[in-house]
Design a protein around this ligand. Structure first.
Ligand SMILES: Nc1ncnc2c1ncn2[C@@H]1O[C@H](COP(=O)(O)OP(=O)(O)OP(=O)(O)O)[C@@H](O)[C@H]1O
Length: 907
């Protein structure tokens, strides 16, 4: 036997390459061997294991190999499919030859090592025997069996069965399959089978006995015993161990008898036996495993049974579902039936509707018939109407024809008219053409003229620009001048006043009293008040040609003029008192015209209401205060009243009824009433106090004497004595502020007694004032100051060296119109008087002393004159009152209309 001693079988019967067996099997030598054995294969010498597997996988080549080596060993051909079947045949043959082999799975899974080992063994085996020994011979000899002709199948079956019994783990399924396939064969070869089985049984039995006799030693087994064993069919009953002993025995015997090659063979067999032993033991383990597997399978089966049971339960549920579905189907069926019933009902309803519609159809048909008849009738009517319309249209057509002929006629007329017009237009066109020619010529000329004009205009423009620039320059000058306008205006005013002063004119300011509360319905005589002192008076009761009278004064104060505005124009005069001038301001006007309002004011406790008196004195004190560093002023005040030609001191401590004497001539010191108490004042407060006393004294008189204030003259005299602190030069100024008695006429028939006397005296004094003013205006040599106490008192202020201002007070009431006119006429005359330039009472020391002496002398003379006059007066009074009354006469030209015979007529 040619198996390599190094080659060994693994536990599962495969060749183990780990012990080096596989290394000995050269794939190329196998391929070479195969090519030699089966030249038609023509295997590539460098073919890979995989390639080789491809040749061998269907088993045909393997069977061919065996057929070549041991013809008849493998059943070739047949109906069976190549592949696994052929391979199994091959493997069975290998088993039969007791040669190592591979398993089917090896080649199928590409595990080529066992395959190559198997082929290598086969190659070695047959190279070694040279192929001279048939397989049957080999087997018979191998097992030392009688020379019996085994059929192929029997041999195969025997070997196979034995092998499978020995190693069921390896042959598993194959054995099962083959056991079924070989069943028929076993039946066919029954005779042999029973024989061989009996033989084996006896052999085994005998072996067992022998071993028992020999106390378990196999070494004592003789050939005769073995034969006996075999003949008595004791194989079947023999234990495996006995069989192995038998095998060992045979082998050892053979070893002893045969040469070295046999020894090798025996060694292999020994080894094989060991492997078989091992396999048996592993078989037991595998059986256990199989048992476990069966148990696992059993468990799986149980679980499957459970699953099936669950499924069965599921089936019940499905049945229930099916039942519910059946129920639903039934419900749906019911629904369908209901639907069907509904549809039937619907059908019934439709049928009914159809009946209805049939009825309607018949009704409609009937109506149609009626309508048709009506339509036919209507058609007939329309036809008739159409015929009528046709007749009318024909008629209208005729009319239109007529109009057409008429229109044609008119068109012809119009054509002829338009022809004539055309002719006329044509002639006009000719005219216009010639006119246009003429115009265009004129236009040409105009263009020429316009060019020259343009030229002129440009020239003018240039000169205009120059002039404009020039005017600009001038305008700038004017603007500058305008800026100075107000200052210039003030300057003008000042200059005008200076001119007035130089001329010595008596200034006349006219002031119109507003209507008093409760007199709003009264009509005014004042028509117009001009800015420049113009005043227009009218008599609304007697409208006519001469109803308007224009007067012009230095200033006219409207009813709305305030006390301050009035004083502003008076202020310069008052200031000149401090410069050494004599100033006389008196208010003239009828009773209630506002004389006291202007001179004193309605309420001395309110500074705003202060009249000229208070404001003047306040101003004097302020200026004297400013000048006190250079001039020392002393101010004295006298306040007298002239009533019924008697002068009374309103500030006398003896009371207001003391009669005072008056100097007969103008005194240089201005003391017209030397007896009147002189009160030095240093402040406005002093003045206010004194004047309050004076007014109270006058008021007391008024109460007693029945509103005497209106019928007496009040004279407030302010004496200013200033000494220049540097030169010792003295300045004397007197300010007479006179509130005259009312200038109105008194109706002779209305007054008697005391009132008559008052009127006489007022008339006398005012007439005397008018006479004095007239004389002064005439620049007469003799001025009759002595005709009244008033003129006497005012002599120093009217005597040509003083500045005089008269406020003419007017009552705007229409009822006072004649008085107003009379007052204004008197004022107008006064305003025209030029007294001559005022002079300052500026005295050096010597002159002053002389003046004082002269004054004293004059005063003495005057007193004597006065005494004489008084005596004369007493004489006149004694001669009879009767003559006095008759001597009164009316003088229309004088503001005071009553005067005695001695008085002069006013101019
Ligand atoms: N400019 C004026 N504004 C408001 N009221 C005035 C004005 N002038 C005069 N009156 C009022 O008119 C009334 C008469 O004025 P006033 O007594 O001054 O007149 P008169 O001329 O002095 O009268 P008589 O001659 O009787 O003294 C007074 O109630 C006075 O307040």
């Amino acid at each position: 036997m040619g198996v390599s001693p190094e080659r060994s079988l693994s536990e599962n019967g495969r060749y183990d390459s780990s012990n080096g067996a596989h290394a000995d099997v050269n794939i190329q030598s196998v391929i070479e061997w195969l090519n030699r054995l089966l030249p038609h294969l023509n295997l590539p010498s460098d073919a890979s294991e995989e390639k080789l597997r491809a040749y061998l996988i269907d088993g045909t080549v393997l069977c061919d190999i065996l057929d070549k080596l041991c013809p008849g060993l493998v059943e070739m051909g047949g109906n069976s499919e190549p592949g696994p079947e052929n391979i199994r045949k091959f493997l069975a043959a290998m088993d039969e030859m007791a040669l190592p082999r591979f398993v089917l799975a090896d080649i199928q899974e590409g595990y080529m090592e066992p395959v190559l080992q198997c082929l290598g063994t086969l190659k070695t085996h047959f190279e070694f025997t040279g192929g001279k020994e048939s397989i049957h011979e080999h087997l018979r000899r191998r097992w030392n069996l009688p020379k019996v002709e085994f059929s192929e199948g029997i041999t195969s079956s025997l070997v196979y069965t034995a092998t499978c019994d020995e190693n069921p783990a390896i042959y598993g399924d194959e054995r099962r399959q083959n056991s079924f396939e070989n069943k028929d064969r076993s039946i066919l070869d029954d005779s042999f089978s029973s024989e061989s089985a009996a033989l084996a049984h006896d052999a085994g039995h005998k072996l067992s006995e022998m071993s028992q006799q020999k106390q378990g030693s196999y070494a004592d087994l003789s050939d005769s015993n073995i034969l006996e064993l075999m003949n008595s069919n004791g194989f079947d009953n023999a234990s495996t161990r006995t069989l192995f002993s038998l095998v060992n025995r045979i082998l050892e015997e053979n070893i002893e008898r045969k040469n070295g090659h046999v020894h090798h063979m025996a060694h292999i067999v020994k080894k094989a036996v060991q492997v078989i032993e091992h396999r048996v033991s592993t078989q037991a383990v595998n059986l256990k495993d199989l048992n476990n597997l069966h148990e696992v399978h059993l468990g799986k089966c149980h679980s499957r049974i459970k699953v099936l049971e669950t499924l069965a339960a599921g089936t019940t549920e499905e049945i229930q579902v099916l039942l519910s579905q059946l129920q639903q189907i039934k419900i749906e069926k019911n629904k369908i039936e209901e639907k069907k019933t509904l549809e039937e009902q619907e059908l019934l309803r439709i049928k009914q509707e159809k009946i209805h519609s049939d009825i309607e159809n018949s009704t409609l048909k009937h109506e149609l018939e009626i309508t048709k008849t009506a339509h036919e009738e209507h058609c007939l009517l329309l036809q008739m109407q159409a015929e009528e319309t046709k007749v009318q249209l024909e008629k209208k057509l005729k009319e239109f024809d007529f109009f057409l002929t008429e229109s044609k006629k008119r068109v012809k007329e119009l054509e002829s008219f338009s022809e004539s017009k055309y002719q006329r237009w044509k002639s006009k066109e000719g005219t216009y053409r010639s006119f246009i020619d003429h115009q265009s010529r004129a236009l040409q000329e105009l263009r020429g003229a316009s060019d020259s004009l343009k030229h002129e205009i440009l020239k003018t423009k240039r000169s205009y620009a120059e002039e404009f620039n020039f005017l600009g320059v001038k305008l700038k000058g004017l603007v500058d001048a305008a800026a100075n306008y107000h200052s210039v205006l003030a300057e003008n005013r000042r200059l005008y006043n200076e001119v007035q002063d130089l001329k010595g004119n008596i200034r006349v300011y006219c002031r119109i009293r507003p209507f008093l509360p409760g007199q709003s319905k009264k009509r005014t005589t004042v028509e117009y008040i001009g800015e420049n002192g113009e005043l227009v008076i009218s008599n609304p009761s007697k409208p006519g040609k001469d109803s308007h009278r224009l007067f012009k004064f230095n200033k006219v104060f409207a009813p709305a003029a305030t006390q301050e505005e009035v004083f502003l124009d008076t202020q310069p005069l008052i200031r000149s008192v401090l410069d050494g001038y004599n100033v006389c301001i008196f208010a003239y006007g009828q009773t209630g015209s506002g004389k006291t309002f202007t001179m004193s004011g309605p309420n001395i406790s309110s500074k705003e209401d202060w009249g000229v008196n208070y404001r003047a004195l306040n101003d004097l004190f302020q200026i004297s205060q400013h000048r006190k560093s250079s001039i020392s002023y002393e101010v004295g005040v006298q306040m007298v009243e002239i009533y019924n030609e008697q002068v009374r001191d309103l500030l006398s401590s003896d009371g207001p009824h003391k009669r005072l004497g008056i100097w007969s001539t103008t005194q240089p010191n201005g003391l017209a009433v030397p007896d009147a108490s002189m009160h030095a004042v240093t402040s406005t407060a002093d003045v206010l106090e004194l004047m309050n006393i004076g007014l109270m004294n006058r008021a007391v008189g008024a109460t007693v004497l029945n509103e005497r204030s209106s019928r007496s003259h009040s004279v407030l005299t302010v004496h200013v004595h200033g000494m220049d602190l540097k030169t010792s030069a003295v300045l004397r100024g007197n300010l007479h502020l006179v509130d005259l008695a009312g200038s109105e006429r008194v109706d002779r028939s209305e007054v008697i007694g005391e009132r008559l006397r008052e009127a006489q005296h007022i008339n006398k004094s005012l007439s005397a004032l008018g006479d004095v003013i007239f004389s002064l205006s005439q620049k007469s040599q003799h001025v009759p100051f002595r005709n009244s106490k008033l003129t006497q008192v005012l002599q120093s202020s009217l005597g040509g060296q003083a500045k005089t201002l008269m406020f003419v007070q007017l009552n705007p009431d229409v009822d006072s119109y004649s008085e107003t006119i009379s007052t204004l006429k008197f004022a107008e005359r006064v305003s025209g008087i030029e007294l001559g330039a005022a002079k300052i009472n500026n005295e050096g020391r010597n002159i002053r002393e002389l003046m004082e002496q002269v004054a004293f002398l004059k005063d003495t003379v005057s007193r004597k004159d006065e005494v004489i006059e008084r005596l004369q007066q007493l004489k006149v009074n004694a001669n009879g009152v009767k003559c006095g009354m008759n001597s009164l006469r009316y003088d229309s030209s004088s503001p005071r209309r009553y005067s005695n015979g001695t008085a002069r007529h006013s101019p």
